[in-house]
Design a protein around this ligand. Sequence first.
Ligand SMILES: [Zn+2]
Ligand SMILES: [Zn+2]
Length: 363
Amino acid sequence: MVVIQMITEAALLEQFNGSLQLRKLSLAAPGRQEILVRMVSASVCHTDIAAIEGEFGRLIPLPMVLGHEGAGVVEAVGDGVKKFKKGDRVVLSVVVHCDNCRNCAAGRPSACENFNEIAFGGGLNDGSKRLSLDGRQVSHFFAHSSFSRYAVVPENVVVHVPDEVQLEKLSVLSCGVQTGSGAVMNSGIPLGSKLAIFGCGGVGLSAVMGAKVIGAREIIAIDVADERLSLARELGATEVINPKKLDAVERVKSISGGGVDYAIECVGRTETIVQAVDCLRPWGTVILVGVPRRGTKIEFDFFSLFRATVRGCVAGFANSELFLPLLISLNQEGKFPFEKLSPGSYRFEEINRVASNASLDFS
Ligand SMILES: [Zn+2]
Ligand SMILES: [Zn+2]
């Protein structure tokens, strides 16, 4: 099929705090090293909700089609695409990257120096847009815009999916699951380490599953909701703490015999970030995954950081071309049951009712 221009039904954000409007948009053919994907499923991430609520403000140019988690089938490829062909089954990755900066050259795509521009700037990797409405250009989000029946995306965010794997359940891998599990699995954490994981939403629970995969000796999950803590136990947490009932730092130190080797902070609140640092043993590492509001300042006691390492983590330090197939294989082996995180699937038309982590079905 030679695609020049097509029409796609997409969920358009025209103003912050507004609802998403299903509209028929024009979608240009994939350009060089771009791929046209027919979406089979997309998932809603907290970052999409934050974008709707205006959290990114002028950083993202409206109108825009959101969505940065998706799985589907390749319909057409642009010039220069070598790894994909029509009919391939794929999942998209949130690890957008330029392939040109020093970090990309060093094999660290999640640290791409052009990440913000690609993710939030509204264009694809070359800055241009493929979506339009009545001649007016429409922005992409994370170079995906998966809240659309069809999307044109850069080849370097597309990952092959084996034939036997259901595409319907895979879109959650794109961002949340990859981020949480990658923060643990891609951090070089030694076998037998003790971990505390703050926050048991989709990202934190993915960190719990990742901790089990890498053979952590203690996996202490912390959350204010008991039902999320019981799911954390089911997924591998060895201890759980509800900080509404107990002092989290004291309890972590008591369970771990003086502090944990790694604290994974997946909430993004100043209190929990400080607590994550405070529950480390000397020489411990805190990995910051949760994202506070822009401009947030955090105050630490110097001595809590004196013998600590602090690492910020975007997109699970992942090289998705390697990491997503690993997660899919672990899932097939029953060692990484990420489908337990999804609160269910909704029809695309119901997008305005959908909460974080839920999936959209385009059938
Ligand atoms: Zn996300
Ligand atoms: Zn780069």
